[in-house]
Design a protein. Structure first.
Length: 456
């Protein structure tokens, strides 16, 4: 990308990017470093646009030819050029950020409504399991974020979360608790488009598309790594491809209810979880150069594109994966995403080897205005951690498909309000009591939520 094009894009706004997600790494340190707007790299936080994608693929820097010219707040240098001439008899040079590396986000639900949950016998409501609920609250979820560059090739960022609710010495189900969390990622750029990273969250496997302003990709239907090390190779000044391969050594054990998949040891083995993601951009801006809307929507930085993706996650044994993927050892899938002007669409599917269960998610989104994004999604993920005491004794995955329309409004560049309605499309079976009720239908609780996210 030419310096003049990047400079023109930078002049579009001067409000710092304020938001983060595990997909986007949209932390304000980058905006402070370059003194740019949220919309420089995001179609609407936290979703990255073409420039944001290129920025991530270059190790959270702009392409080499433009990085120095675009950096408004230079790092503070440690040492001088004479040290290099005296090597190895002098220390190595270094640097650290002079800009503020800390920021904070405040979020939470403003309004929450859930429908009645009932137990049905023979199609008739037998009893109410949970009544309707309607409540409101002030946002009370706070996270601290930090990030910056060390020298020319090392980038770091992270998050401290869990500042909400009540703090207690020992969390329990009887008392609301706030459990502090700490996640970080360190990236070392080995060469142009080639980097090594270690972290506890923020893996590069996410690509784009699970946050506001984007649509689904296959990473949303695969187990996520934690405590990982990974390599990423990206190529493409026009279109291009990217491949991420890594391993995760420490994952929470799955909560297995089927005796045939009893928990096994998961002590810190480097091959506990091995994963691979690949993405090919058939049409669109280069994955290392970006375009910021010159090929699509100039306000949101979306480029007209078609991308294909593939992913797989392999576990050493049946106790590695938890949640919906408990008891599985291999999950694989693919996705397709397309963007044209204001419209986005994505479809992802995955399947596991052990249970033979299929997962699917489809989403479509549209920017009504540059600050207003409407989306509808359909999700059906089988939960292998759930079993039914059927006459055969066979473990089955629970399918709870949902249709979720949502509307996101950025009332300011650093403040978003999101309204979401979640509707379950069918009833499911649960062991709610011994005897005759054990295989009867239960209605899920449909929900409507309005939430706020603000950063500073």
């Amino acid at each position: 990308m030419k310096k003049t094009k990047i400079a023109a894009i930078l002049s579009l706004g001067m409000v710092p990017a304020m938001f983060w997600s595990s997909e986007s790494q949209a932390i304000p340190s980058w905006a402070r470093k370059y003194n740019v707007s949220c919309y420089m790299c995001h179609s609407g936080f936290p979703q990255r646009n073409a420039v944001g994608e290129a920025f991530q693929n270059n190790g959270f820097r702009f392409p080499d030819a433009t990085e120095a010219a675009l950096t408004k707040q230079k790092n503070i240098k440690i040492g001088n050029d004479e040290w290099d001439k005296l090597a190895p008899n002098a220390p190595f040079q270094g640097s650290f950020p002079q800009f503020d590396a800390l920021s904070m986000t405040l979020g939470g639900r403003l309004i929450n409504y859930t429908s009645q949950q009932s137990l049905k016998v023979g199609g008739t409501t037998a009893r109410t399991l949970a009544g309707k609920q309607f409540n409101w609250a002030a946002p009370n979820s706070v996270s601290l974020f930090y990030g910056g560059s060390l020298g020319d090739d090392i980038t770091f960022f992270g998050q401290l979360g869990g500042f909400n609710g009540y703090l207690t010495a020992a969390p329990s189900t009887a008392s609301p608790t706030s459990q502090l969390t700490s996640n970080a990622r360190v990236v070392y750029r080995l060469a142009h488009g080639f980097k090594f990273a270690m972290g506890t969250q923020f893996s590069a496997i996410g690509w784009n598309g699970t946050g506001a302003g984007g649509v689904v990709n296959v990473s949303g239907l695969l187990p996520s790594p934690s405590n990982y090390a990974e390599l990423q190779l990206t190529r493409g000044e026009t279109g291009g491809y990217s491949v991420v391969a890594g391993s995760s050594v420490d994952l929470p054990p799955g909560q297995i209810t089927n005796a045939a998949t009893a928990a096994l040891s998961t002590a810190g083995n480097i091959d506990n979880h091995v994963y691979l993601r690949a993405k090919v951009k058939l049409v669109g801006a280069g994955m290392l150069s970006g375009a910021n809307g010159t090929l699509g929507n100039s306000y949101n930085g979306l480029d007209n594109q078609v991308t294909l993706g593939f992913g797989l996650s392999s576990a050493k044994n049946k106790a590695i994966f938890g949640g919906a993927y408990a008891g599985e050892t291999l999950v694989y899938g693919a996705d397709i995403q397309a963007v044209h002007n204001n419209s986005l669409v994505g479809v992802a599917v995955s399947r596991d080897k052990d249970f033979g269960l299929n997962n699917v998610k489809a989403e479509a989104g549209y920017f009504v205005y540059p600050w207003l994004f409407a989306r509808v999604s359909y999700t059906d993920i089988a939960n292998t951690g759930y079993t039914v005491a059927a006459p055969t004794g066979t473990a089955v995955g629970r399918h709870r498909p949902t249709v979720v329309p949502s509307l996101v409004a950025w009332v300011a560049p650093n403040v978003s309000v999101t309204a979401t309605y979640t509707r379950y499309t069918k009833e499911w079976r649960e062991n709610v009591a011994a005897g005759a009720e054990s295989l009867n239908n239960i209605s899920d609780q449909n929900a409507f939520n309005v939430s706020l996210l603000a950063g500073f």
